[in-house]
Design a protein around this ligand. Structure first.
Ligand code: MEV
Length: 427
């Protein structure tokens, strides 16, 4: 992505106070969306025929709100980030964290590459160590078989990169596990590497003298890491006490899997929201993230937090990010296409980098809230509106009932029903 100055600022004050239509107009101008994309976002219906081609037994589609995070500066470029989520506070959390590190330069990101791994499981091998070497000897043929599966990918600079073979001990005896390392470039690559693994399986059986069962990608995509870092100045954080509380929260998460699961869930609130908005596979990214968090034999934090040289807070996030721009829902879903246009990304690597920045921002805000006021006060304002709607409030009643719930510090449906009855009684 590099350091690009577009001259456009993502610091848009009062964005949250606009109507959805006015926000969309602003986003359209910022991102240069064409009328078709903007029109689709304004009326985001999924064509039933398209849905019917995406999955089986289609009867309907579910709409999830897409909010746009402001204030994001990633590698010198100001961005508006579309996020699809049903959870209140997630978008606001990113806006706030991004605002607080904007003047310090925002987020710096990178990727380790765009390589995916496919696994081939070989069992019933008399001499597993020798089988391992026999398979490794065939690297040239393996490359040819794999690359023949996807000449277009090879033309685009991707394709087979390497083969690794391990002998693992299992309850069922030793297994010879072959890893195909494939650069899938701008595709997430699941179909590509699965096809290669299936094509190669008979050869692996011959060379290894055993039986192949599984031929499938690994979601622990640790050859496709996205990384983000940022530093928040002490005054932006709110002082040393807040900073130290946030550090203590991070130390807690990294030491205790019960806390780490929640800490990382918060990170994934941001990550999955943009993965979903761009039509990518949320489960693949989630599985990879949590497996990566346990890579050292202990499930810990996906982020790190340290005191920066100037006394501020320095945060990093590193996690597998198997996302693509071509293939799958990303290519056919008009909402996903519009979201990619808003982001203005040119490659899957660009998208992965932005997602990492959003995950780090999310974690910053969660830790800050948890170390200070707690998350409920911020959460409750919007949650109260959901509760009011669930209790039957409509139109202007929603805000009025929600305000009473927050004021009474009782955001509950039974209370909302009572408040609504009182309100209607008065009317
Ligand atoms: C809620 O969806 C996410 C948090 O629980 C994350 C965290 O605890 O770090 C607030």
């Amino acid at each position: 992505m590099g350091s690009v100055e577009t001259g456009k600022s993502s610091r848009i004050s009062g964005f949250h106070k606009l109507s959805p239509a006015d926000r969309l107009k602003l986003v359209q101008g910022f991102a240069g969306l064409d009328a078709a994309a903007a029109g689709h976002l304004a009326q985001p219906a999924l064509d039933p025929h398209l849905a019917d081609h995406m999955i089986e037994n289609v009867v309907s589609a579910i709409s999830i709100p897409i909010g746009v995070a402001t204030n994001m500066k990633v590698d010198g470029r100001d961005l508006l980030v579309p996020m699809a989520t049903e959870e209140s506070s997630v978008v606001a959390a990113v806006c706030n964290a991004a605002r607080q590190c904007y003047d310090a330069g925002g987020f710096t990101t990178s990727v380790s590459g765009t390589e995916m791994i496919a696994q081939i499981q070989l069992v019933q091998v008399a001499d597993p160590q020798a089988a391992r070497i026999r398979i490794l000897e065939r690297k040239t043929e393996i490359a040819e078989i794999c690359n023949a599966c996807d000449p277009v990918l090879v033309k685009l600079g991707g394709g087979f990169r390497d083969v690794e073979v391990r002998v693992i001990a299992t309850q069922g005896g030793p297994m010879v596990i072959t890893h195909l390392i494939v650069d899938t470039r701008d595709a997430m690559g699941a179909n590509t590497v699965n096809t290669m693994a299936e094509k190669l399986a008979p050869s692996i059986e011959r060379w290894g003298s055993g039986k192949v069962y599984l031929r499938i990608l690994s979601n622990l995509a640790d050859r496709r890491l996205a990384r983000a870092r940022a530093t928040w100045p002490l005054e932006a954080i709110g002082g040393a006490a807040v900073r130290d509380g946030m550090l203590a929260a991070y130390h807690f998460a990294d030491a205790d899997p019960y806390r780490a699961a929640t800490h990382n869930k918060g990170i994934m609130n941001g990550v999955s929201a943009i993965v979903l908005a761009t039509g990518n596979d949320t489960r693949a990214v989630e599985a990879g993230a949590h497996a990566y968090a346990a890579r050292n034999g202990h499930y810990g934090s996906l982020t790190t937090w340290e005191v920066a040289a100037d006394g501020g807070l320095s945060g990093t996030l590193e996690l597998p990010m198997p996302v693509g721009l071509v293939g799958g829902a990303t290519k056919v879903h008009p909402t996903a296409q519009a979201c990619l246009k808003i982001l203005g990304v040119q490659s899957a690597a660009d998208l992965a980098r932005i997602i990492a920045a959003v995950g780090l921002a999310q974690n910053f805000s969660a830790l800050k809230a948890l170390a200070t006021t707690g998350i409920q006060s911020g959460h409750m304002a919007l949650h109260a509106q959901n509760v009011a709607i669930a209790a039957g409030a409509t139109g202007e009643e929603v805000a009025r009932v929600a305000a009473v719930l927050v004021e009474r510090k009782a955001v509950r449906q039974d209370v909302a029903e009572t408040v609504l009855r009182e309100l209607r009684g008065k009317a």
